[in-house]
Design a protein around this ligand. Structure first.
Ligand SMILES: Cc1cc2nc3c(=O)[nH]c(=O)nc-3n(C[C@H](O)[C@H](O)[C@H](O)COP(=O)(O)O)c2cc1C
Length: 176
């Protein structure tokens, strides 16, 4: 799959086959893609906890509430992305330039993970609706939990959807 195909095919998967495990080699390649993601000052201010089995179910429950993210329980793997401290140069840059590089870096690593998952034929969904405190306890991590990513094989009902996006003219402006 080339990059264009990945961007077309990747979509938030909200229906997983809970009986089908994610192969270790696939998960390893996804984590390697995450490792290679760029970040401000190469600080890599994130940590990934791979949750499977009962831990995945517990994390899924901590992403649910008011009818949201019910599908997460069926995903065999949950990747928990927690925040790590800035390296000194990124901390200085963030302060001087009033920019939240950690959030940007975490968004990029999530994009790499979901792109590689698509390449591997897996479904994924980035979850930002989550209970930070509960997930920290489940994963025994100190850093604030910023995102959870569900991974697994999509069921047959998860058809490729037409992407609803802003028109390019609304999204982009060119200046000379
Ligand atoms: C930071 C972030 C948080 C998100 N949180 C959730 C979530 O909690 N639950 C959910 O079902 N989808 C969540 N999504 C998925 C978006 O709804 C989805 O990416 C968007 O609607 C575009 O659809 P697509 O991913 O299928 O192309 C999140 C996406 C991002 C980038």
């Amino acid at each position: 799959m080339n990059f264009g195909e990945i961007t077309e095919k990747r979509q938030s998967c909200r229906s997983y086959n809970s009986e089908r495990c994610v192969e270790k080699e696939k998960l390893d390649r996804i984590l390697e893609a995450a490792r290679l993601a760029p970040s401000a000052c190469n600080g890599q201010p994130y940590f990934i906890t791979v949750c499977e089995g009962e831990a995945a179910k517990e994390v899924a429950r901590a992403t649910q509430g008011v009818g949201i993210n019910k599908f997460a329980t069926e995903a065999p793997v949950m990747l928990v992305i927690s925040e790590m401290p800035y390296v000194a140069t990124a901390a200085l840059g963030a302060k001087l330039k009033n920019n939240d590089y950690r959030s940007i870096d975490i968004g990029i690593v999530a994009a790499y993970i979901t792109a590689q998952a698509t390449e591997e034929g897996l479904g994924s969904c980035i979850l930002g609706w989550l209970d930070d405190e509960k997930i920290r306890k489940i994963c025994a991590v100190d850093g604030k939990v910023r995102l959870v990513i569900t991974l697994g094989y999509a069921t047959d009902t998860d058809k490729l959807r037409i992407k609803k996006r802003k028109d390019i003219g609304e999204l982009v402006k060119r200046v000379n």
